[in-house]
Design a protein around this ligand. Structure first.
Ligand SMILES: [Zn+2]
Length: 424
């Protein structure tokens, strides 16, 4: 058996690959709130069980957002080879983000046009899920005597942190290194790029405090919005220039994300905004509360404690200048950076397969935002993990999202060659 036999087996399955992608798109697994998770897991079970996969449907009971109305269902399908060996696991998230405006095709129609399959989740990441299934099926048919095991999972809630999906499964031991040795996450990173990991995240809410009073006599109150103005000024003039000096050796794409970044997601102060159809005037009050949400992305060279201390210093500087200033910081979310070694077996094997299929060297990249690798690394303690899959990253979450059919075929070929390299 040669690589060519395997690549021919993939090419022969192109129509199946397209139909599978369409079927997956037509199950609208919207998150939030987490619709049709059970349906997509059952669809996959029905497909994979007859091919010899052992199926586990696992509900992340008690995970954030899990409810009777919107249960967080996951599927793990495992195929055992003829003898003992290592396990290669493909993990895709099955949830998709909201549709949004600006579509010219049916977001859940799975329309095929000009060599592309269209729909919400086509690129992020039902095309990748379909490619990994075709790769596994073609590999198993071509090498029935292979050693080890192939696993395919489709998991919930990646788009909202992965706690009802990979984090839950990792906590239950499904990504323990004695059980799974290689993980590929077919996120849409482009078919010639190997994604080694991602930057870190720290989210925090900063609240400034004031005292309410009549707006005609603001001197009787204390404006939380003016205090926040001073905080924002300090962030603008001190913190942003500091972050611009911090750059990384991680190969983060795009270029602008090779440094520390900070986004201020929101600012809310004073009385709540009324509904758009409210026709009355606002009331004159001094704002007694003002809140911002900080979204800080940090580098593998940075220490999370220092990332937090930078914000404390900003606030303490403002406090030293404004006698009545009081603040509170509420930490919301943190993720450490993750980066797999370039010499890790799954990286080397994927690089060789890309060279074989695409006749070019792969690019090695790191994602600016996080994805489920964090849970496999931190909870599962499995380091031999990458993201590799078809689709153009920039199309994710956009209207008229699509995935290229040839890209899916090529990346399925790469994934199948990785299986034959690691398991035969
Ligand atoms: Zn994704």
């Amino acid at each position: 058996m040669t690589d060519n036999t395997l690549l021919t087996a993939i090419a022969d399955r192109e129509a199946d690959l397209v139909a599978l992608t369409q079927d997956l798109i037509r199950i609208p697994t919207l998150n939030p709130p987490g619709r049709n998770y059970r349906d997509i897991c059952e669809y996959l079970a029905k497909r994979l069980r007859p091919k010899g996969f052992e199926i586990q449907l696992i509900r992340a009971e008690g995970a954030p957002a899990d409810s009777e109305e919107f249960p967080r269902w996951n599927i793990i399908a495992r195929h055992e080879g003829a003898s003992a060996g290592e396990c290669v696991h493909f993990n895709s998230h099955h949830d998709v983000v909201e549709v949004g405006h600006g579509w010219t095709v049916d977001p859940f129609g799975g329309e095929v046009k000009d060599g592309r399959v269209y729909g919400r989740g086509a690129c992020d990441m039902k095309g990748g899920l379909a490619a990994s299934i075709i790769a596994a099926e073609a590999f198993i048919d071509t090498y029935p005597d292979y050693k080890g095991a192939v696993e395919i999972s489709a998991t919930a809630d990646e788009e909202s942190g992965g706690f009802g999906g990979v984090a839950y499964l990792a906590e239950k031991g499904h990504f323990d290194p004695d059980k799974v040795q290689h993980v590929i996450i077919p996120e849409p990173l482009n078919k010639d790029r190997i994604c080694l990991g991602h930057r870190g995240v720290w989210w925090a809410e900063v609240e400034t405090k004031g005292r309410i009073a009549h707006g005609s006599m603001p001197f009787l109150g204390d404006s939380a919005i003016r205090h926040m103005g001073a905080v924002l000024h300090e962030i603008e003039t001190v913190l942003y220039p500091l972050l611009a000096t911090k750059t990384t050796a991680m190969p983060v794409v795009p270029e602008g994300a090779k440094q520390s970044t900070l986004n201020i997601n929101s600012v809310h102060g004073g009385e709540p905004e009324q509904d758009p159809d409210y026709t009355g005037l606002p009331a004159p009050c001094v704002a007694d509360r003002c809140r911002i949400i900080l979204d800080r992305r940090f580098l593998i060279e940075e220490d999370l404690a220092e990332v937090k201390a930078e914000v404390t210093r900003v606030l303490e500087t403002v406090k030293s200048q404004r006698p009545s200033f009081e603040y509170e910081v509420k930490e919301l979310f943190e993720v450490h950076p993750s980066m797999t070694d370039r010499d890790a077996p799954v990286v080397k094997s994927t690089a060789a397969a890309i060279e074989r299929v695409l006749a070019r060297q792969p690019d090695y990249v790191v994602s600016p935002g996080t994805y489920d690798q964090k849970h496999i690394d931190r909870i599962g303690r499995l380091k031999n993990c990458i993201a590799y899959g078809p689709g153009v990253l920039d199309l994710a979450h956009q209207p008229d999202e699509w995935v290229g059919i040839q890209d899916m075929v090529d990346s399925a070929g790469v994934m199948a060659l990785v299986l034959s390299d690691l398991l035969t």
